[in-house]
Design a protein around this ligand. Structure first.
Ligand code: ATP
Ligand code: MG
Length: 453
């Protein structure tokens, strides 16, 4: 049959009376309207079995040739998967199977017709490359696997907001178009702002710090933009950051807040997404007791003992941590000040673990990274709240003080001591759901090669 003969209908006054999940004993023999898209079809000549999918699952339609006008039956037979239809019909209990129901349609409206066979349907598609999937992301997102990931993501966000709310944090929004870099010039996206150059914010850092003056405890869940030059499975050019900042606390307290946040989120998923976890055949990380807190200097010594090539003062790469940490949460604390941004508070190394013959005092910082295995999830610290100290650090890092005047002037009015962290939402999802690629933790990933869709 010529596809052009299939015609689209309008919704008219039809509205869904039930979701697929609501088709149960209580509606057997009743007339219902279900609406969704065709996720699969089996043609038995005189009978057509189709699965209609909505956001809660599938319901089977049993379409008999003799019970529908011939044209409509033929149209349905030719309809490709993903097409949207609305069905008015009677609910019956399936014969051979217990507890399943199906719908015998009386009237059908074809609402939207798919022109092309989709390159993938609802099932796992290990053979299809991620680029093919991302090119058709909205269709990809209809797949079971991603539906589960994003169902869990929804609950993660809900539980994060719930946690901050219970702990008296105020949700804020800070500007994403900004005048100067937060951490120096690297990795910024320049934009036109009227007749001036501006940048996309790589973090809400300075604004959230300022807001502790007015609101004490603040948090923000928003995009950060970073022109990451490399192609990795854990970097996006646009990621969602969960940022928190609190007055009158230091980095130890910030670690407590972050640790409790993670525990709250894990508990909440365990509670609300049991079925999803089962479908993914996934166990969430077992958390017993407090997250270990390892000082940077001790960890570096340990790595050196294990014959890893690392010098004190180096950043710690995921590669070097391999075979040392499994799927567990832990903090690396007290990083060398030189590895951290200018707003991080310094502290003197009081330990006597300096290598033999080294007399210089090592400058550490009141800072931490939260790790999961080899993956960095978050960085946080006590922040500098003294203006002179802050200016000193900016100079040390080669920043132009004038460009930060809008920030520094606030420090004339007694910024309280404060601490906080930034937690990558997609990184957290990757860790909890054991995703290989960060791109599957976001709707429309952005990276060096991809700006569309
Ligand atoms: P990395 O060393 O992994 O590149 P970072 O130390 O540069 O990260 P921070 O500036 O500490 O990142 O940002 C805080 C958190 O934000 C990180 O721990 C991470 O979870 C998340 N994050 C930072 N950059 C990215 C990115 N490009 N893509 C996804 N998440 C990111
Ligand atoms: Mg970091």
């Amino acid at each position: 049959m010529d596809e052009k003969l299939i015609v689209e209908d309008t919704l008219g006054d039809w509205r869904r009376t039930h979701y697929s999940s609501e088709i149960s004993h209580s509606v057997v023999n009743s007339e219902v309207i279900v609406i969704g898209w065709i996720s699969s079809k089996r043609d038995h000549g005189n009978v057509l079995f189709a699965l209609l999918r909505d956001r809660y699952g599938d319901i089977q339609l049993v379409v008999k040739k003799k019970e529908l006008p011939k044209e409509l039956f033929d149209s349905l037979r030719n309809l490709k998967e993903h097409s949207s239809i609305a069905v008015k019909g009677i609910v019956v209990e399936q014969k051979n199977e217990n507890g399943s129901f199906e719908i015998i349609p009386k009237e059908i409206k074809i609402l939207s017709i798919s022109n092309k066979p989709a390159p993938f349907l609802t099932q796992a598609v290990s053979s299809i490359g991620i680029d093919t999937r991302l090119d058709l992301r909205a269709i990809d997102l209809r797949r079971d696997y991603l539906q589960i990931i994003f169902r869990i993501r929804r609950n993660i966000l809900k539980s994060i907001r719930n946690y901050f709310d219970q702990n008296h944090f105020v949700e804020v929004n800070t500007p994403k178009m900004i005048a100067t870099a937060t951490e120096g010039g690297a990795a910024l996206f320049p934009i036109f702002y009227y007749d001036r150059e501006a940048f996309l914010a790589q973090s809400p850092q300075l604004y959230k710090e300022q807001l502790t003056m007015a609101f004490e405890s603040v948090y923000e869940i928003a995009p950060i933009f970073r022109a990451e030059p490399s192609r990795t499975n854990r970097h996006l050019s646009e990621a969602i950051s969960v940022d928190a900042e609190k007055a009158y606390v230091n980095y130890d307290d910030a670690m407590d807040i972050l640790e409790n946040l993670i525990k709250h989120v894990v508990d909440s998923i365990k509670h609300h997404n049991l079925t999803d976890l089962k479908e993914l055949e996934l166990d969430l990380p077992e958390i017993s007791g407090p997250f270990p807190r390892l000082a940077y200097s001790d960890l570096v010594s340990k790595l050196q003992e294990n014959h890893k090539y690392i010098r004190w003062g180096d950043d710690i790469s995921p590669k070097i941590l391999r075979d040392m940490f499994g799927d567990e949460f832990y903090f690396i604390t007290d990083w060398p000040a030189s590895t951290k941004p200018f707003y991080v508070k310094s502290k003197l190394d009081k330990s006597d673990q300096k290598p033999h013959g080294e007399n210089d005092e090592r400058i550490l910082s009141e800072s931490f990274d939260l790790m999961f295995g080899t993956l960095e999830l978050s960085s946080g610290s006590t922040r500098i709240n003294n203006k002179v100290e802050l200016m000193e650090q900016m100079k040390n890092k080669g920043l132009n003080l004038e460009a930060f005047d809008y920030h520094l002037r606030i420090f004339d009015y007694a910024v309280p001591p404060h601490a906080g962290f930034g937690l990558g939402l997609e990184r957290l999802i990757m860790a909890l759901l054991k995703l290989e690629n960060i791109r599957d933790a976001t709707f429309y990933p952005r990276d060096i090669d991809r700006l569309a869709p």
